[in-house]
Ligand binder design. Structure first.
Ligand SMILES: *[C@@H]1O[C@H](CO)[C@@H](O)[C@H](O)[C@H]1NC(C)=O
Ligand SMILES: *[C@@H]1O[C@H](CO)[C@@H](O)[C@H](O)[C@H]1NC(C)=O
Ligand SMILES: *[C@@H]1O[C@H](CO)[C@@H](O)[C@H](O)[C@H]1NC(C)=O
Ligand SMILES: *[C@@H]1O[C@H](CO)[C@@H](O)[C@H](O)[C@H]1NC(C)=O
Ligand SMILES: *[C@@H]1O[C@H](CO)[C@@H](O)[C@H](O)[C@H]1NC(C)=O
Length: 948
């Protein structure tokens, strides 16, 4: 201000004296000329309409418009660096923001010219495509803020930043820098913010860091840093955020950390820290996350009593001894996670004082005693997880006071007594797992009032009597686990929404398999094993279109096993009177006796086939009338009483538009022999169009739920947006048809099937490493594209190797991109996703967030990478692939990679072996248990490309 005044005064007087037409000061001619040059290069400013550059978008001037101080060209599609030296001609520049462009180089001329600008304070090159090593910054005496995050820079950092004497904020996160952490950052050590996360830095944190006394923010997460933390780190007395997660740090957490009175957040999860928790570690912090380490000893008394604490996560360590019960009634603790330790003793009754608590997880410990009644006072609790302990006694009726509770997990304890009726007050409950306890009595009729319940697990208890017939009113229920009890007939009608599983195994059911199961058209797993069911296996079970697993072992069933589809995993062991349907009509003497039965059955089958064929033809004729009249390659809306509501082309591609024939497609989907594949949420038909080419027509399940009449327009709009997405690695919908029964989408046909089939399934192992690597890159490209969509990220609800389709062995396409639009769980059913993803691909945070997120997609993608690397399925040998791999990883054995990688591939050459090693590291970072520690898709893609 003071410096400006002398220049300002003469300018003003000049205007007055010369009677200049307007009373405004102007930019000096040289700056005007520079900006006009820039305008030509950028072609973005309308010079004629707006002669004053200070009014141009992205140009900032000082208060009297006599000089340019800020240039902001963020998101201007810059790809050529020739504008940079021109900008540096503005010698009054204070801030330059060229973030979110496609620059790939910082020219030497820029460093030279801009380095000489004495007032330059801020440079933002974030989110570009900068490659190569960090340039040496010479000059830039006043530069305070340097942001180079989200680029592709690599190499070591040595003295390139040493000259930046005023630097206060350095952000190099999400690049590929390697080597040791930079230690020489600005001679004056004025640094306040240091962000180096998501690179490949190795080695230890030097004691020198303690010399940067003004540091307030340190983020070193997601690198390969190791060794112990400097003991004197506590001398950084202004530190507010210390984020060290997802590295390989070891040793104990230094006691001195607890002395930093400004510290707000300490996150050091996913490292190899050992030793005890420093006493006083929570003296000042609000957020503490030390999960996934090897910290031992007991939890210090007083740790939870600090009034400023908001979240504490010490799960997955080796903590033992009791949980300290001293908590303050003014506590603002929101989340407490102590799961997967070896804690013993009882659950402190004082936890009832935690009035702000929303998440309490004490699972997988050695806790004993009863569940304290006082917990019922935690009024806003959403998740209570006390599973896998040794808790005993009855379920306290006070739990009924937890009116906000969404998930109650008490499985694998020794709880006894009857189910208190007060539990039925938990109207928000979506997950109730009481399995593997010693509960008894009958299942109350009133359980049906829990109408938001999605998963109900009562298995492995001593429940007696019949299943209440009210159960069919539980309209949200998708999984019902009642196995291992002493339940008896009658079996009531089940809720039709059941999808994930119906388990009635190991009870005392008898008689015929109930006819009412015919309505369970979404059900995937039906387990009736270990009962006394008798009679024949009803033929309608074959018609349960979603069924993938049917367990009938150890019953008294008889007759011929009906012909189930090849994808149904059928187990019929222990039914001595069952006859396999595959038995050929054999004329050998030994089989002769059976022949009449088989012939009779053959006749029955033929008749049945005939009848169903006739039925199909009937439906055909009926429906065809509508199609012919109403669907003409166009958008004709017809009254909802008819079959087809709407059919519409989405693709602009003329070839697809002329190929796709809606009537032909609707005929084809009524014929089950056209089913190409089934996934959890849809059925794919291969349909050959009259002009010769084939398409996938995909039928979405959960009709009605997906497209409600009111939201038809919205659906159409969403599909149009998706139809316009243009990326070779995603399957975009080409057209759709809505009928009163279903929703059909049209896609290009993928001749090579799914990645799952090619890796594990019917198509055998045909993928060499170069194909697998191309698939990894292509899928990452598709996902990066989807997450970065201009209209908002497109998330995958159920990403697995079963919805990566192969156009060729090197060209993957991500399918099912529309699911999040048509069944957006966060929009349609509150906070719980109706689609829990496929087992093996579900990120662990799902247990409490219950939301699909970009980080969740990254996790699922990591599982796919692991499949490509190991050749194993996401669930193999009964365990999640992620757990198996992380198990080997944590053992720190030199050879662990060899034990994991697909031998048939990794042994082909040392080059392949080392590339697989690099991709494995990417996969490991994707499946990090903590969502924050996972890289973004963009970074994943970059890391994969770097592995080349
Ligand atoms: C500076 O330029 C801006 C944009 O054209 C204008 O709104 C503002 O009034 C000018 N300020 C002075 C002091 O001339
Ligand atoms: C740099 O630009 C990015 C993207 O526009 C923005 O998110 C970031 O906050 C900016 N950095 C600084 C230090 O202003
Ligand atoms: C640290 O910050 C203080 C207060 O802002 C300032 O006076 C001091 O010069 C800074 N130290 C360094 C080394 O820049
Ligand atoms: C809890 O465990 C500690 C050590 O692991 C042991 O010394 C103590 O006796 C145990 N306490 C109870 C109540 O079991
Ligand atoms: C069927 O159930 C039995 C007994 O419950 C079990 O041993 C068997 O593994 C199950 N079969 C399949 C295919 O899961």
């Amino acid at each position: 201000m003071l410096r400006l005044c002398p220049t300002l005064y003469p300018l003003f007087s000049l205007f007055f004296i010369s009677c200049f037409p307007f009373l405004k000061s102007e930019l000096p001619a040289s700056q005007r000329a520079t900006l006009l040059d820039l305008s030509k290069l950028l072609g973005s400013w309308d010079v004629d309409k707006n002669p004053n550059p200070c009014s141009w978008k992205g140009v900032g001037c000082n208060f009297d418009n006599s000089s340019v101080t800020d240039i902001t060209l963020s998101g201007s599609s810059l790809s050529s660096d020739n504008v940079l030296p021109v900008i540096c001609q503005i010698d009054t520049l204070q801030a330059l923001d060229v973030s979110q462009n496609s620059l790939n180089h910082i020219p030497g001329e820029f460093i030279e010219l801009c380095g000489a600008i004495s007032g330059l304070r801020l440079l933002n090159f974030s989110n570009n495509r900068l490659v190569g090593p960090l340039p040496s910054f010479v000059g830039f005496k006043r530069l305070e803020i340097l942001d180079l995050s989200f680029n592709f820079m690599n190499g070591n950092i040595d003295l390139q930043l040493a000259e930046l004497i005023s630097l206060k904020s350095l952000n190099l996160s999400s690049n590929s820098f390697s080597g040791p952490l930079p230690t020489k950052i600005g001679r004056d050590r004025a640094l306040e913010q240091l962000q180096l996360s998501k690179n490949q830095f190795r080695g230890t944190i030097s004691e020198d860091i303690v010399g940067y006394m003004n540091l307030t923010f340190i983020d070193l997460s997601s690198n390969y840093l190791s060794g112990s933390l400097p003991l004197q780190i506590g001398n950084l007395s202004k530190l507010e955020f210390l984020i060290l997660s997802a590295n390989k740090f070891s040793g104990a957490i230094p006691e001195s950390v607890s002395r930093i009175s400004s510290l707000v957040r300490l996150a050091a999860h996913e490292n190899r820290f050992i030793g005890k928790l420093p006493i006083g570690i929570t003296n000042y912090v609000k957020n503490l996350d030390l999960s996934y380490n090897n910290i031992s000893g007991s939890i210090p008394v007083g740790l939870l009593s600090k009034p400023q604490l908001e979240t504490v996560d010490l799960s997955h360590n080796e903590l033992e001894g009791p949980i300290p019960g001293d908590v303050s009634s003014s506590s603002i603790l929101v989340r407490l996670r102590l799961g997967s330790n070896m804690l013993n003793g009882t659950i402190p009754a004082t936890f009832g004082k935690l009035q702000k608590l929303m998440y309490l997880e004490l699972d997988d410990n050695k806790l004993t005693g009863v569940i304290p009644n006082e917990l019922g006072a935690c009024k806003i609790l959403l998740l209570l997880n006390l599973a896998q302990n040794n808790l005993e006694g009855r379920l306290p009726s006070q739990l009924g006071n937890l009116q906000a509770l969404q998930a109650l997990r008490l499985e694998s304890n020794n709880l006894s007594g009857e189910l208190p009726l007060e539990i039925m007050q938990l109207r928000e409950l979506m997950i109730l797992n009481l399995g593997w306890n010693s509960l008894n009595g009958s299942i109350p009729r009133s359980i049906s009032v829990l109408n938001r319940l999605v998963k109900l697990n009562l298995q492995g208890n001593y429940f007696v009597g019949a299943i209440p017939d009210t159960i069919r009113e539980m309209s949200s229920l998708m999984e019902l686990q009642l196995g291992g009890n002493q339940l008896t007939n009658p079996i009531p009608k089940m809720p039709e929404k059941l999808q994930i599983a119906l388990n009635l195994s190991s009870n005392r059911f008898e008689g015929l398999i109930p006819k009412s199961f015919v309505g369970l058209t979404s059900l995937e797993v039906l387990d009736l094993s270990n009962n006394q069911f008798s009679g024949e296996i009803p033929a309608y079970l074959v018609q349960l279109v979603s069924l993938t697993e049917l367990n009938l072992t150890n019953n008294q069933l008889s007759g011929v096993i009906p012909p189930f589809r090849t994808w149904v995993l059928l187990d019929t062991k222990g039914n001595p009177n069952l006859i396999p349907h595959t038995t050929p009509i054999d004329t050998s003497p030994l089989r002769k006796k059976r022949k009449p039965i088989i012939v009779a059955i053959g006749v029955v089958v033929v008749v049945a086939l005939f009848i169903s064929a006739a039925f199909v033809i009937f439906i055909f004729v009926m429906t065809k009338r509508y199609y012919k009249g109403n669907v003409h390659d166009s958008e004709g809306e017809v009254p909802p009483t008819t079959m087809v509501i709407q059919g519409k082309q989405l693709s602009l591609n003329v070839i697809h538009r002329s190929n796709i024939d809606f009537s032909e497609a609707m005929e084809a989907v009524s014929d089950p022999s056209n089913i190409d594949m089934k996934t959890r949420l849809c059925t794919y038909y291969k349909v050959s169009m009259p002009r010769g080419s084939s398409y996938y027509v995909k039928k979405l399940k959960w009709n009605g739920k997906i497209v409600q009449p009111g939201s038809r327009d919205k659906f159409g709009k969403e599909m149009e947006v998706l139809g316009r997405l243009n990326n070779s690695n995603i399957m975009t919908p080409l057209a759709y048809v809505l009928t009163t029964e279903s929703t059909y989408l049209f896609f290009e046909y993928a001749p090579k099937g799914t990645l799952f089939d090619n890796l594990h399934g019917s198509l055998g192992n045909v993928l060499d490493w170069s194909s697998r690597y191309s698939i990894a890159i292509g899928a990452a490209q598709g996902l990066t594209f989807l997450h970065g969509c201009a209209s908002g990220p497109v998330l995958l609800l159920d990403l697995s190797s079963k919805n990566i389709f192969l156009k060729s062995l090197k060209e993957p396409q991500i399918g099912d991109i529309e699911l999040c639009k048509v069944i957006d769980p966060s929009k349609s059913t509150g906070s719980l996703s109706m689609v829990p993803g496929s087992v093996g691909y579900i990120p662990p945070e799902y247990a409490y967030t219950m939301r699909v997120s970009p980080a969740g997609n990254v996790y699922s993608f990591g599982v796919i990478l692991l499949e490509l690397l190991t050749g194993k399925t996401a669930i193999s040998e009964g365990a999640e692939l992620v757990k198996t791999v992380l198990g080997y990883h944590s053992k720190q054995n030199q050879k662990w990679e060899l034990q994991i990688l697909d031998n048939s591939i990794s042994k082909t050459s040392p080059y392949v072996r080392s590339q697989m090693g690099a991709v494995l590291e990417v996969a490991i970072s994707c499946v990090s248990p903590s969502p924050e520690a996972r890289p973004k898709m963009k970074a994943v893609l970059r890391m994969l490309l770097n592995a080349r």
